[in-house]
Design a protein around this ligand. Structure first.
Ligand code: NIG
Ligand code: FE
Length: 399
């Protein structure tokens, strides 16, 4: 893989296989006969014969909104008939519709829905996913969503990076400034307290930086306050309008910025210099018929390009293989670039490339076994990947 995320890996202290036999990490990578010699005399719980198959790193989905109630299938019909995303949002639909339903749902209902969705992601080959809150907007519901994500860490065999996204929309009845003040003065102090007590492990902070949602100044204030309490900056920017989100993210030391359909040339250069990953979301550009993000230009300028499904009620897609396919066809990425973007670079976007995203000794044993001698089938085939993926393995455990 010729991606900068891969080159930037710091070396992992590979645990000695003899000392840590069952810690779920990769013990060796290489030729079968060499490995057999290295482990002669060892006993194994299970041996999987991969002759004629391919072993790949587990896929990493760098952007999802998987906790919500109330789907928006009716809006899909409206969009097909010509309504734009923002027209629906401003008329009280879109995120507002989902917020209304998510506020009413119980924690158990949301947990069940999340569990089913994460299991579908696992079956499609994702072994590490980013999960956002953001359909509560008020403190009570945002915390409910984050608790639901927290529960999933133990109930589902998938890696999770959790993101507080209370600035996903301006709640009805508030101005953007009032919502920003509420987040900074009430939400973030509570999150800090829960993080310190170990009750929650929130990793990232997100804002929907967009015309008619949070402007650049509000975005800056929220992201700076999030950074101060130890959250990684990872936000939605330059999606529907050019906002200079990329320039802001680079200045603030953002780990990643998502969408970027409307990013400026200067923003691309600033992201490359700041090692800020671009999380591209081919499903959204496709479903909303947006301009495609300039993946080629970003790669040429040296930006760390990652991919995400953006799973949410607007982009109902669990499958990173489908995302890679769209990235190749619509964004002109090569299959090698798409695989790097959906593994090591996506892990980088979540601050986890030291432990995830590639098959290296000492990294977590997250892998896929593909029923084909050509790994490219995972991208070439459009849909139906559950039949192609023979095994999904997380931390050395066959799922
Ligand atoms: O990444 N753009 C903002 N957030 C989501 C959509 C969320 C929704 O419409 O429910 C996105 O596409
Ligand atoms: Fe999103």
């Amino acid at each position: 893989m010729n991606q900068r995320g891969a080159q930037m890996l710091s070396p992992c202290p590979g645990p000695n296989p003899a000392q840590h036999p069952g810690d779920g990490c990769i013990k060796a990578v290489g030729q079968a006969d060499v490995i057999r010699n290295q482990f002669s005399g060892a006993t194994f719980e299970r041996i999987i014969d991969c002759s004629g198959k391919c072993v790949l790193p587990g896929l990493v989905d760098a952007h999802t909104h998987p906790v919500w109630a109330g789907d928006r299938v009716h809006e899909f019909a409206m969009k097909l008939a010509g309504a734009s995303y923002m027209e629906i949002h401003q008329a009280g639909g879109g995120i507002h519709f989902t917020v209304e339903h998510t506020r009413k749902a119980t924690e158990d209902e949301l947990s069940r829905a999340l569990q089913q969705r994460l299991e579908r992601m696992l079956r499609a080959g994702s072994t590490l996913v980013e999960c956002k809150s953001g359909y509560g907007l008020d403190l009570e519901t945002e915390l409910k969503m984050l608790r639901v994500i927290e529960r999933a860490r133990t109930s589902v065999d998938i890696g999770i990076s959790s993101t507080y996204c209370g600035a996903h929309a301006v709640p009805r009845g508030k101005t953007a400034t009032e919502a920003t003040d509420d987040i900074i003065n009430n939400h973030l102090p509570k999150l800090k307290e829960l993080k310190l007590s170990g009750e929650m492990h929130v990793n990232n902070i997100d804002v929907f930086c967009e015309k008619g949602v949070f402007d650049l100044e509000s975005t800056r204030r929220i992201l700076e306050a999030g950074k101060e309490i130890g959250l990684q900056i990872n936000f939605h920017g330059d999606e529907l309008h050019p906002m200079k989100s990329a320039e802001l993210g680079a200045e603030l030391g953002a780990r990643a910025i998502s969408h970027l359909e409307e990013v400026s040339d200067e923003g691309i250069v600033a992201m490359a210099r700041a090692n800020c990953a671009a999380v591209l979301l081919p499903t959204t550009a496709y479903m909303l018929r947006l301009k495609q993000p300039q993946a080629r230009k970003m790669l040429e300028e040296g930006v760390i390009v990652a991919l995400g499904s953006d799973f949410n009620p607007n982009a109902y897609c669990f499958s990173m293989p489908m995302v890679m396919h769209l990235a190749c066809v619509n964004m002109k990425m090569s299959m090698n670039e798409a695989l790097a973007a959906a593994t090591i670079n996506a892990a980088y976007a979540l601050g986890k490339s030291d432990t995830h995203g590639s098959l290296e000794v000492g990294k977590q044993g997250d892998l896929l076994i593909i029923n084909s001698s050509r790994w490219e089938h995972l991208i070439y085939q459009f849909g139906g990947h559950e039949a192609l993926i023979n095994y999904v393995i997380v931390k050395g455990k066959v799922i």
